[in-house]
Design a binder for this molecule. Structure first.
Ligand code: NAP
Length: 305
């Protein structure tokens, strides 16, 4: 074990916002930073790109958030080399460009690549249950004072997506458990298969539901951390509408802008009051449970971090 050296991990970091978060952390974090990717070749190419184009050094470790064994391998490596993990940024995610909620926002007008039921199964499996898997396996080795950021989205804004009052109340409840949340995510996939997801109050977007799930999960994780009393902090962060593959390159913000809230959450100082919060792209704390969603809510551009 390399003494007291700190370590940060970013998932899905071979491109897009994850790559920019890795770059920012490699510059600002006082410890080693791991760019992780499911595909080793793409991950190593990204490490080289950071070195050659930005002059920053990051380390690489393979991590597929859908694969138990892959997550266990990085857990064992981090435990052995660093005695645990100091920063975890759960960034990896997927979206179908033809997702009915996403497609109009990114000017995608081709027919759906997959039926809605398949989109639902894949998106929830990767975005929600993949992140759940990573947290389930890596949280036991988080060090005291660890910082976790779950990258979510304004697309997962509770009142925007969930219109049925009872479902909304359940998802925003302080009493919601991980098991209950898992069941809601599974129920959405089942409803998508049966074609009654809209009637059941889930709306029409698998991506949005997966991000609702991530924000609800972050709130539960926050309560668990607070009970532990070891200054472990989890926040859920929206990066903005960013120019990446996921948005068909239609987002107006660049990836450095998109990385801002994730980096902010990752570097919060000891005993920060910013705990269990939904962080907007400009790092403002937002009320995910009771706040209304305002499409015109523009980010503040001055630096908060
Ligand atoms: P992106 O460019 O498509 O990058 C997604 C990353 O996730 C890629 O590195 C991808 O790896 C990785 N990934 C997908 N499945 C994975 C798996 N099973 N295991 C490990 N990595 C996996 O997307 P992005 O726009 O940067 O998005 C980053 C995060 O920001 C996501 O959580 C997204 O939902 C969120 N977000 C983005 C926007 C936006 O406007 N772009 C807005 C709100 C929220 P591969 O290259 O191997 O596919």
């Amino acid at each position: 074990m390399s003494g007291d050296k700190k370590v940060a991990i970013v998932t899905g970091a071979n491109k897009g916002i994850g790559l920019a978060i890795t770059k920012g952390l490699a510059r600002k974090f006082s410890g080693d930073v791991y760019l992780t990717a499911r595909n080793e070749e793409r991950g190593l190419a990204a490490i080289k790109k950071l070195k050659d184009e930005e002059g920053v050094t990051a380390h690489f470790h393979q991590l597929d958030i859908e694969d138990d064994e892959s997550v266990k391998r990085i857990r064992d490596f981090m435990k052995e080399k660093y005695g645990g993990i100091d920063v975890l940024v759960n960034n990896a995610a997927t979206a179908f460009l033809s997702d009915p909620e996403i497609a109009p926002c990114i000017g995608y007008d081709k027919p759906p690549s997959e039926p809605f039921s398949v989109q639902a199964e894949v998106t929830i499996r990767i975005n929600y249950f993949g992140l759940r898997r990573v947290c389930g396996i890596l949280f036991p080795i988080l060090k005291p004072g660890a910082r976790v950021v779950n990258i979510t989205s304004d697309s997962g804004w509770l009142s925007l997506i969930i219109k049925k009052p009872d479902l909304k109340a359940k998802l925003g409840s302080d009493d919601l458990t991980v098991e209950e949340l898992d069941e809601i995510m599974k129920d959405f996939v089942k409803a998508a298969e049966e074609g009654n997801h809209k009637e059941k109050g889930y709306g029409q977007s698998s991506y949005c539901i997966s991000k609702v799930g991530i924000s609800a999960l972050s709130r539960i994780q926050h309560q668990i951390f607070e009970k532990e009393g070891l200054d472990k902090v989890v926040n859920h962060a929206h990066p903005g509408f960013v120019n990446t593959d996921l948005t068909n390159h239609k987002g107006p913000s660049n990836t450095d802008d998109g990385a801002r809230s994730g980096i902010y959450g990752a570097l919060l100082p000891p005993n920060t009051p910013v705990r269990g919060k939904f962080l907007w792209e400009d790092c403002r704390e937002m009320d995910w449970v009771n706040g209304d969603f305002d499409y015109d809510y523009k980010p503040e551009r001055e630096e908060k971090s």
